[in-house]
Structures are given as C-alpha cells and as structure tokens.
Design a protein around this ligand. Sequence first.
Ligand code: HGY
Ligand code: MN
Ligand code: MN
Length: 403
Amino acid sequence: MELAEFREPDQPGFTRRTFSEPYQRSRAWVKELMEAAGLQVRTDPTGNLIGELQGEAPELSQIAVGSHTDTVAGGGRFDGMVGVIGAIEVARLIRQGGQRLRHPLLVADFLGEEPNRFGLSCLGSRAVAGQLSQGHLLRPDESGETLISALLERGSRPADLSEGLWQPERLHCYLELHIEQGSRLQRAGIALGVVTAIAGIHRAVITVSGRPDHAGTTAMNERRDALAGAAEVVLLVERLAREQGEGGSGVGTVGRLEVSPGASNVVPGEARAWAEFRSIEPAWVQDRHLALEAVVAELAARRDLGVSIDWVSAEPPVACSEGVRQAIQEALEGLGQPSLELPSGASHDAAHVAHLCPMGMIFIPSRDGRSHCPEEWTEPEEVALGVAALLATVLRLDRRDTV
Ligand code: HGY
Ligand code: MN
Ligand code: MN
C-alpha cells in the first residue's frame, strides 16, 4: 500500500511508469526495505535493484527470487509489487528466524517490466538474460528520443550491460510470486496457483499513412483516411484473435491508437496502432503474425494507404521447469494448502530468466480477475499466504543440490 502511493499525479489509478519521477523515488524506498531485511543491495548497469543474502556455502549457485515494481498507466497496487515485497519478506523471515540457507539468495526488483513508450517490456530481465539488444536500445519514441538515452538519463549504465549478465552456472533456479491477473483461482475457490507455462507475445506498432485533407471540401471517394484504415486494423486484430480452435487460449488486442494531426475538421493523415497477440500455443501466435501481415497488405491496397508493421517483440511461450513446479507443489502440501495448476496469459520477468535456469511461478488470486486497473485487488491474507508459499518453496529448493 505504501509503495503504491509513489504515483504519477497526472495519471489515473496507481501509475508508476519506469521513466517517471515517482518510480525513481520508489526505487530508494525499495532499496531501503531490502537493506532493512538484511540484504546487500546494489543497482546493476541496467538499473535492476539486486539484494543478496549469503548462504552457508557461498560457492553454491544462487536461488533468485524477484519481480517488478513499475506499473502500466492506470495500474493497480499488486501487479509485480507482491513479488518484490514478498521476496524481500522471505529474506527478512529467513534472517529473523536465524536460519541460514545453503545457497546464496538473490532478490531482484527488475527495471521496467511493463511495455514503455519505446514499445519494449521487461528491460531489466531481458538485460540480465542477455536479450536487450542494440536494436532495442536504439528504439525511438514518438519524439525520436531513443531508449538508450532515456536509460542514461535515469542513471542506468547501458554501456556496461555485460557486467550485469546473470551466469546460468551461477543460478540454482528462479522463482516469482505474482497475482494471477485472471479469475481462475477465484472461480475455483483456491488461494494458490502453480504456473505451468507463460504465454508467448508478439507485439507490433502498425503505422497507417494516408493524406491529411480538409474535412469539408474533400469528396469521400478522394480521401485517403488513415484513421478509417487503422479502425479496420483494430477490428481485424480482434477478428483474427477470435479465430481459434476449441478451448483456445489465444488473445489479441490493440491497446493504443494515435491519430495525427488529430483535428476534428481534418481527414487524418496518419494513425498508429499498438497491437499484440498472445497464446501458450506457439503456432497460433505465429499464424496470427502472418495473417495480420496479409490482411493489412490487402487493406492498404484497397484504401490506397501506406501501412507498415514494426514487430517490436516476438516472445515464444515458455514452460515452467518441472523441478521448480514440483518443489512448489510439495511446499503447498506442506502448508496443507490445495493448489491449482494453470498457465499464465500475462507475461512476466520469469519468461526471460527462464532462458538462464529452471523457473517457476506461484500465483495468488486477483479479485474478479481484474488487473492493470485501479480496481486490482488481492486480500492481505492471500498475499501473506503467497509469501508463506514462496518461503516454503525457497527452503525446499535450498535443500536440493540440483533442481
Ligand atoms: O502485459 C503483461 O502481460 C504484463 O502484465 N506486463
Ligand atoms: Mn503487468
Ligand atoms: Mn507483472
């Protein structure tokens, strides 16, 4: 609740975006919380907050636990935050209980998990996994500023990214506690979820170019109306997303649309639509990617518009590791808690860290499945149970030599 009060005053909900001043201030608050829990804290070249707790055997690989504390515009108070605060609480409970893990513990508050104005998500976890490319760093926003300049401005050291790489041989496993952001747990009346896989996402920025004209004097059959074209694209994305087999989990959205010049008496000259397709079925997402390219080409020809698709990211679905899932299941049984196995339609930092080591996730319920909105809510008791499950899983993973 305290962290959620670091919010952008001119934005709805509990907004704390990566390149905002409240986010910058909130990092100092998280750092202090990490230090109070007994963690040795450092900020890595990308800007990830890394808190470390020594184990009995420093030569053993690290148990990494983390998530993010940035939000979407108009976001809530739990997405990402429960995973970072929960990981810090696990460290505090271990120290408070006078316990010593065998493995060193690493707690991560990853920078910028949510898509930013450069279109890219998971900045910090991509960076530690060696997936933040030069191309990503040079991505411009609308004003032409590049991601790398925004990172430099906030004090990150993008020239030293390689210093921040996590080494697979130094990692025992990665664990993330997160809200479900859906309603499966609530509908099942179960408080803890064991994630099986994380959906893949293909994200694109679609630019439709027409011709700005006087809205009063330009005949309808002479117009090259970019917004009318973009409106067709929005409905095409929805139609393509609805086309799926029985029980398909695929989704598609255009969440952002910009029009220029944006005057009510000017035929729009240009429009940009941010689109994404997601599924745990890799073939379905790939199909949508190709289908969108085809239908947009037809639309451009028919409406005499220019249309370009810039695929910002194309992440495959990622399976959670059998070993970590099993440790979570055993931990929940040890707590006498029922659990539900379910895929994640949302993406997470865990999807990137999974390229480095065995990964698992624990879900706690989102009331009515609402998330990415101020109504996002999870009961304090549910958060506490999630933290207890996280601690119990860390202790189990710690007793294993391999995961
Ligand atoms: O969009 C997502 O899936 C995540 O909440 N950033
Ligand atoms: Mn999110
Ligand atoms: Mn999240």
